[in-house]
Design a protein around this ligand. Sequence first.
Ligand code: HEM
Length: 510
Amino acid sequence: MLFVIVCCVAVVLYWYGTRGQDYWAKKGVPYEKPVPFFGNGLKQFTQKMSPAQVAVEIYRKYPNERYVGSFFGSEKSLTIRDPELIKSIMVSDFMYFHKRGLNTHDDVIEPLSKNLFVADGDIWRLLRQRITPAFSSGKLKAMFPLIVERAVKVQDLADKAAKTGATVDVRDLMARYTTDFIGACGFGIDMESLEDENSVFRKLGRRIFIFTARDIFILMLKRTFPDTFKHLNLISPEIENPTLHLVQTVLKQRNYKPSGRNDFIDLLLDLKEKGKLVGESIEHFKADGTPKEAQLEMDDMLMAAQVFVFFAAGFETSSSSTSYMLHQLAFHPEEQKKVQEEIDEVLSRYDNKLCYDAIREMEYLEMAFLESMRLFPSLGFLIRKCAKRYTLPGTDVTIDKGVSIIIPVQAIHTDEKYFEDPDKFIPERFSPERIKNIKKCTYLPFGDGPRACIGERLGLMQSLAGLAALLHKYSVEPAPTTLRHPVSDPAVGLTQSIKGGLPLCIKARA
Ligand code: HEM
């Protein structure tokens, strides 16, 4: 009898753990063979490989396919290898893929997740429409003096390192610069508070980027039983409370009116003054097929969520991209010299002062930065979620609502089909003459289409300003502990990160 019960339980468990795993086979799509319950997600669940590394592995294993199916737990994913198909999904057929799909529930969304990166559907669209003007070049130019102040401070940090001759983790150095920048431009907080290691802001910054056992546990519950745990918040109160408190304090200090500082809080206050967010729905339609009206109130919590995303989306990306560029320059002294000579020449025409227009003239610096983001894009993969049934162009494969789309950016950036000598650092690939030869959707450090990075210009200009300030006075060289090919950390989520930091020597220029 016991044997029969055990067999029945095993059969039920097996059925439960493998349900839906014939999805890709039935559609005739090449796919990775899944295991019960975990699908193909075991390497990620056990943190042996990051999602970006898994995407690279799948991409390289199927060199002749346009797309490859897989399973993350019970979730169905399709990795797209073909740039034409990527273009359809991200740009032309965006209305089928407007979701990023990070929320585990469609209707119950925790307050800080109503930010531009995580929000989907009408909330995303209304926010994006309203916030886009805040990232115009005019606003960026107005914000630039705040950036320059922080960039110059990088020189002080480098100066200490150069004097002692000690090896410096440039990942940490650029993270400190980026934190300063986010404090000033995102939260409207002055530097004094940043210098205090124990300030609420520094603590908050540290906590946002730690994924604790509590967070992993809650994420698993929410992914496995989305309905049951829809009211459980993934973002911990340790993050939510101080973020809201900080934003409310700054709002109160400004009397809920733009202060003229031209930072992000001012921009949000400007937007709030325009009243309720109203626009056409992308989710709900009338009987005649025309979109219904969607509305959203810009309250304190919604503003806090946008300030939060300034931190979450701007911090890791900028600090990892700038530090990786320094690593490349340390191993390419010729290119470093070229970058420095250009910085010297441009600044000599601007009274040796960094400013928006000067940075825009530093063409070779930008080329080197773009090349270093090709070799190590901060987001090594991009995601979309299918919002309604979609037939992949040129095929008879129709995917259903809810299927995740993976765009394997790191793999495409390092495919010799699109970039000759893909592992070599060659800034000239991005010269004005050659950049136009890069095939559409094979270079995606900021994504593409209506959900591309909204902070692209800001992120680029802020990164170049920090690099220019540093390289104007200092050079970087490999330290005895520097690895020629740094190892990407397998225990990360959305963004890629280097394991153990990026140690380099910083030397004052003669
Ligand atoms: C070098 C710096 C940066 C890099 C490499 C970068 C990269 C990216 C990438 C790859 C995406 C996803 C795009 C997609 O899915 O197609 C993204 C989205 C986003 N980024 Fe950035 N980013 C940077 C800086 C910033 C900064 C400074 C901000 C400041 C607010 C920012 C805010 C955002 C937001 C809000 C989104 C979501 C946009 C949406 O879904 O509508 N990023 N970024």
